[in-house]
Ligand binder design. Structure first.
Ligand SMILES: Nc1nc2c(ncn2[C@@H]2O[C@H](COP(=O)(O)OP(=O)(O)OP(=O)(O)O)[C@@H](O)[C@H]2O)c(=O)[nH]1
Ligand SMILES: [Mg+2]
Length: 363
């Protein structure tokens, strides 16, 4: 499955406006529920200040960032799992993502329609989560039936998948998301093909109003509510960010500085999403360009080499590795080499975040 972060929530809570701010795109974000029907997809660079530090040392001409994919998905309503508000299609869009940003309205604005009439972040979260739980429940039941049917003629089957699905079903029936169920890595792995929505990692994004004070109540409530979930929460005033987008980049820079740390909040969202996808970065460094490459945590050198070029993988000999901190400290490859801090590693070496890598290959 492709690695991407889905932006979800009730209708009209600011999902498309957030998507626009993150991607610098200009898709429709108007004051009516279900403004978005088809998912919008945007690919954006992951901010990483290590790149600039490397550039300053090597004096390279170009910097190429890793990227991350965001999908802006239509709003969910009560009954979505039964097809309300095109719910099944929207739930399918969510199923195709790897991780979720759940936007929660924490702002008061009479002009902006709230689908249930009142701003109530906890109830809003519950509506969305319940739909995801119901949908998982149905899939879980279906999966159990399918497996039982397949094994009908076999006696005494000990099927880990079936046992795990049963454990999930018992948990879902309590209206509880699977991400708080205690599942081992093996159990998670064996049920991964069912792609459960409530097993996807989530960041709750509190969309606060310009006047922070007024909304701190809403935010605090969300904070308390999600504590038991062990999920991450971030806050942002999406409107402020949308307003800033109207200016050109020079004006934006000036304004955003005066608007405290708004841009850095966007960066935080991107970085947190990247982490949620279980990804990290290695670098290739040269005069022509500094390039950051994305790999899932736990990737070995051979797989990582294929990320750059299939020839690197085919003709892989060794990987030259310098730790990021050493590069920053000693600033010269020769010096690092003479200190014995440049390592020659084989195919099975597990790439670490920030490694500066040169692949030696023969084709
Ligand atoms: N006051 C205020 N208005 C906001 C904020 N965020 C979004 N809006 C407004 O709310 C309306 C809906 O925003 P969208 O970004 O289209 O919301 P959505 O969640 O994508 O809506 P659907 O696609 O219909 O589900 C727009 O008129 C936005 O300008 C906010 O932080 N404060
Ligand atoms: Mg939208």
């Amino acid at each position: 499955m492709e690695l991407k972060v889905g932006i979800i929530g009730l209708p009209n809570v600011g999902k498309s406006s957030l998507f626009n701010s993150l991607t610098n795109l200009n898709i429709e974000a108007k004051n009516f529920p279900f403004c978005t029907i088809q998912p919008n997809i945007g690919i954006i660079p992951v901010p990483d200040n290590r790149l600039q530090k490397l550039k300053d040392i090597v004096n390279s001409k170009k910097v190429i960032h890793s990227t991350i994919k965001f999908v802006d998905i239509a709003g969910l309503v009560k009954g979505a799992h039964k097809g309300e508000g095109l719910g099944n299609q929207f739930l399918h869009n969510i199923r195709e993502t790897t991780a979720i940003i759940h936007v929660v309205r924490c702002f008061n604005d009479r002009k902006i329609t709230h689908i249930t009439g009142d701003v109530n972040p906890i109830e809003d979260i519950k509506i969305v989560n319940t739909e995801l739980i119901y949908s998982d429940f149905e899939i879980c039941e279906l999966a159990i039936n399918q497996i039982q049917k397949k094994n009908r003629n076999k006696k005494n089957i000990s099927n880990l998948e079936l046992i795990t699905l049963d454990k999930c079903l018992k948990h879902l029936i309590k209206n509880s998301p699977l991400r708080i169920l205690n599942l081992s890595a093996d159990e998670k792995n064996i049920i991964s093909r069912w792609n459960f929505l409530t097993l996807k990692p989530v960041i709750y994004l509190a969309n606060i109003s310009e006047d922070n004070q007024k909304n701190s109540d809403y935010y605090q409530k969300v904070l308390c509510f999600i504590e038991k979930e062990n999920s991450k929460i971030l806050k942002l005033c999406i409107k402020k960010e949308s307003d800033l987008m109207q200016f050109n980049s020079k004006e934006y820079k000036k304004l955003s500085q005066s608007f405290d740390t708004q841009r850095s909040s966007l960066d935080k969202i991107i970085q947190a999403s990247y982490k949620m996808l279980n990804l990290h970065t290695y670098f290739t460094v040269g005069k022509k360009e500094i390039h950051s490459w994305t790999v899932p945590i736990g990737t070995n050198a051979l797989e990582a080499s294929g990320k750059i070029h299939s020839d690197f993988k085919k003709g892989f000999i060794r990987a030259q590795i310098i730790a990021y901190q050493d590069f920053i400290l000693y600033k010269s490859e020769n010096k690092i080499k003479s200190l014995g801090k440049m390592k020659l590693e084989g195919k099975k070496y597990i790439i670490k975040d920030g490694d500066i890598v040169r692949f030696l290959f023969n084709i």
